[in-house]
Design a protein around this ligand. Sequence first.
Ligand code: NAP
Ligand code: ZN
Ligand code: ZN
Length: 352
Amino acid sequence: MPTSVAAYAAQDASSPLVPLTIPRRDPGPTDVQIDILYCGVCHSDLHTARNEWGMTVYPVVPGHEILGRVTAVGAAVTKFAVGDTAAVGCLVDSCRECASCKAGLEQYCDVGGFVFTYGAPDAHLPGQMTHGGYSTSVTVTEDFVLRVASSLDPAAAAPLLCAGITTYSPLRQWGAGPGKKVGIVGLGGLGHMGVKFAHAMGAETVLFTTSASKVADGLRLGASAVVISKDAEARQQHAGSFDLIINTVSVSHDLDAFTNLLKRDGTMVLVGAPAEPHPSPNVMNLIFRRRAIAGSLIGGLPETQEMLDFCAEHNITCDIELIKMQDINDAYERMLKSDVKYRFVIDMNSLK
Ligand code: NAP
Ligand code: ZN
Ligand code: ZN
């Protein structure tokens, strides 16, 4: 018999999130049951709640930056024990058979077998969709549960599970490090982690922001320069100089302003996922310096663990504002105004 737990859900694209009771499966042999302590608020939660990507199934319980305490484990579980700190990100399962899954790149599962933490058909509860971390408890197969060092503040570590890995992964893939110049576009949840990671990896890091009020924070977080992205003259001072740009902006915008700043063979990686397409980029900008525009999706399980271990080693967490579950609708409105410093995290005690 599934257990009923408290949650917050969007019931349609235009209404505020409201309380909802949802079923959670009892732990099977390989499952870990987690009492959720904290859950970060990702802009993807908002895109999904409002059906901005056109694929939401309602009701949806968002939340994929989950950190909590293990309350029960199945008989075959070997990696977790009751009382452990445990974390869950954007994935709760995958096909586990294809080349991508076998390579630990479950987010790119070749047969589309990834199971997102919320909004995917739930194989364990027929007729139900998976439900995310805006709830008091979750049950996940142990291979998709991550470890977070006890030295890290748990509330500030929660957003590492999406904002952290989504910026860490492309920085690693495209070789951010000493001798490389990396641009981060947008100082929100993802962007502020991009700045911290690029700096910690040893790259020269430059922040592009539309918010003049964030300049001092950009420097504090590790950027050696901050450029107001709408200032064409300030941008032009960096023309042709970047090896890599990670673009986290959540709305459609002119990409040429940034491709122009790449060196020969430089790449701009889009991680922001706006509802509306970007205007088509200027091809000449790309052709003449063999520049590339790429995309990147979260990270696989092994790399997510690597990122969490990197954070423990370098004492990196997120800059957060703790909120109550009941404040989620206000938090969404503030996120739309770029007024987050730099991630909202829900204290799940407020729902218990
Ligand atoms: P966020 O906290 O809201 O940050 C987005 C930032 O974009 C804002 O803080 C702002 O930075 C900038 N921005 C907002 N409106 C802008 C505008 N009109 N023009 C220029 N810049 C603007 O969002 P997030 O949680 O970091 O997520 C960012 C995007 O990444 C979302 O689309 C989300 O769905 C996506 N995402 C993708 C993945 C993936 O795997 N690829 C994973 C997670 C999230 P400034 O104030 O500094 O300009
Ligand atoms: Zn996310
Ligand atoms: Zn697969």
